[in-house]
Design a protein around this ligand. Structure first.
Ligand code: UDP
Length: 330
């Protein structure tokens, strides 16, 4: 299939690009490089452009005969969305609607969309199924939910074939090397812990030890980024005109912040000092996926179930790229 991967120079995007390419698909990356990295797109056809540039997207679709879109381009930080909601609604909602209109104009009807566990808000019952009520508690979660709803309507009214994949906590890096997680500034748990192991930070701050969990720290479902990628590959094969599905992507296993820290100590052999800090506003205590619907619908199973092998791949990336993509020769 000829696929335009929007946001393909980002973390999940670049891993998915590699897997789609390996599976024999023809790939074009469309990215404005605001949060992605040119180095992550190396070896692929990179078109630099804005999501809201409808005319440019229409030309790209027509020029290359694009048959499907995989859409990763979004702002994805909860805290930032609380401070700058306009940015989130403008990019994640308005610009994405421009993309959908460009697709309609050019007759491209297949789309796989990156959604998120943040659309669920603070669910009381875990594991979380797709039938769990979606009540986001921040603009990021709302912005993703709006597009899920738009896709449902585009499938019904215009015959789009849509898959919204609700990621839990993406982690790890390609075991083949060369690509990995690189955010500026970094806010995610595993990269920050590994930066301590690299001597780039003095300690990790643990955001709260008074949650209603066995060790008092938050529990998350960490899923390997390549397992997210293979789910996109499988979803693309399933798209039919008018179809519309939403699927959770996680391992079904939860790990507390302290468990992740201990696993990182094991993997790196570094003591990784930690300090207890205040809770981070908006952090739900426990998020674990029930991904049985994705397993059944896509015949997809995560390869990485245990946290340690996931961290090993992350460590391989961070150790070989201590400054992220700035470590890559230009
Ligand atoms: N966390 C932490 N210290 C940090 C970063 C994160 O204790 O420096 C915790 C955070 O409160 C959450 C978990 O680690 O419970 C995962 O956070 P992350 O930002 O990686 O992902 P999120 O679940 O927010 O999408």
């Amino acid at each position: 299939m000829k696929i335009l991967v929007i946001g393909g120079a980002g973390y999940v995007g670049s891993h998915t690009v590699r897997l789609l390419h390996q599976a024999g698909h023809q790939i074009w990356i469309y990215d404005n490089i605001s949060r992605g990295h040119r180095e992550a797109a190396r070896g692929y056809q990179l078109i630099e452009g804005e999501l809201e540039d409808r005319q440019k997207l229409v030309s790209v679709f027509r020029e290359h005969g694009i048959e499907a879109v995989v859409h990763f381009a979004a702002f994805a930080l909860v805290g930032e969305s609380m401070e700058h909601p306009a940015m989130y609604y403008r990019n994640n909602v308005i610009a994405t609607l421009e993309l959908l209109e460009a697709m309609r104009e050019a007759g491209v009807w297949r789309i796989v969309f990156s959604s998120t566990t943040a659309t669920y808000g603070q669910p009381e019952i875990v594991p979380i199924t797709e039938d769990t009520v979606q009540l986001p508690i921040n603009p990021y979660g709302f912005s993703k939910l709006v597009i899920e709803k738009a896709l449902t309507d585009y499938a019904r009214a215009y015959g789009f074939g849509c898959a919204a994949l609700r990621y839990f906590n993406a982690a790890g890096a390609s075991p083949l090397g060369g690509i990995g997680e690189d955010h500026e500034p970094e806010s995610h748990l595993i990269p920050i812990i590994l930066q301590v192991a690299l001597g780039q930070r003095s300690h990790i701050g643990i955001y709260g030890t008074d949650y209603p969990t066995p060790d008092g720290t938050c529990i998350r479902d960490y899923i390997h980024v390549d397992d997210l990628g293979t789910a996109h590959l499988a979803a693309l094969q399933k798209l039919e005109p008018g179809c519309n599905f939403q699927l959770n992507l996680g391992t079904g296993k939860g790990h507390s912040v302290l468990e992740v820290l201990e696993a990182c100590r094991q993997v790196t052999g570094h003591p990784i000092p930690a300090k207890i800090e205040a809770r981070r506003p908006g952090d739900p205590a426990k998020l674990i996926a029930d991904s049985s619907r994705a397993q059944k619908t896509l015949n997809w199973y995560p390869k990485y179930i245990d946290i340690q092998p996931i961290i090993e791949t992350a460590w391989q990336w961070h150790r070989s790229h201590p400054k992220g993509y700035k470590s890559v020769p230009q």
